[in-house]
Design a protein around this ligand. Structure first.
Ligand SMILES: [Zn+2]
Length: 211
């Protein structure tokens, strides 16, 4: 059996098991798209949002990309953010990176990954440059890599706060709070590394006063 065919077979088994456990399961979920949380995570297959947080379908609205970046020209990310903030009215946005992130590691090499990936990874190189002094002082390569993972998450929280989408939601409804987390592949534990409550003042350069 091909790998994708096994997915379809396992899906049938899963659906049947859900119904056996709870006959009203799907019926209920159809009418339930009211998550309080938007999750922006890495596409890495080892960091599935629901499994590592023990949450069920319907509880987290998810966007994932390489190295969990918030880029202000990314229509995909911004559409998800707009929908989550203005329609689902989420109360929390979590950016969750992970130690051992291949995207972050790739960004600190000098390898040419060709145009599209180079464009994407450039954003992580910029995070390194912003924190060069601290990062250059870390002796171990792995520690430097993992610290960059944390700082990258922190910068993505700033990037969220710079958007008019977040600033408008903060002004009108004092939500959502922004949370920067890092997941450990080795122990499965999530470490909170940065938090920004709704309404936190940011660099005035990025503030909109005509929202
Ligand atoms: Zn990753």
């Amino acid at each position: 059996m091909k790998s994708y065919e096994k997915l379809l077979q396992d899906n049938k088994t899963w659906a049947a098991a859900q119904i056996e456990k709870d006959p009203g399961y799907f019926e209920r979920l159809v009418h339930l798209q009211t998550p309080e949380i938007l999750w922006i995570g890495c596409s890495d297959s080892r960091v599935p949002a629901n499994q590592i947080t023990g949450t069920e379908p319907g509880e987290i609205f998810v966007h994932r990309n390489v190295a969990n970046l918030v880029i202000n020209t990314d229509v995909n990310l911004l559409s998800v953010l707009d929908f989550a903030a203005n329609h689902l009215k989420v109360r929390h946005v979590i950016v969750c990176g992970h130690y051992g992130c291949g995207g972050v590691k790739a960004a600190i090499t000098k390898n040419d990954f060709k145009p599209v990936l180079n464009m994407w990874l450039r954003n992580i190189k910029d995070v390194y440059r912003l924190h060069r002094q601290e990062l250059d002082e870390v002796d171990s390569e792995d520690d430097r890599w993992n610290r960059l993972v944390e700082l990258n998450v922190q910068e993505q929280i700033f990037n969220l706060a710079k958007t008019s989408i977040i600033q408008r939601a903060w002004k009108e409804e004092q939500r959502p709070d922004l949370h920067g987390w890092v997941y450990g592949l080795k122990d499965g534990i999530i470490k909170p590394v940065y938090e920004m409550k709704a309404g936190t003042p940011i660099d005035p350069l990025y503030e909109y006063d005509d929202l």
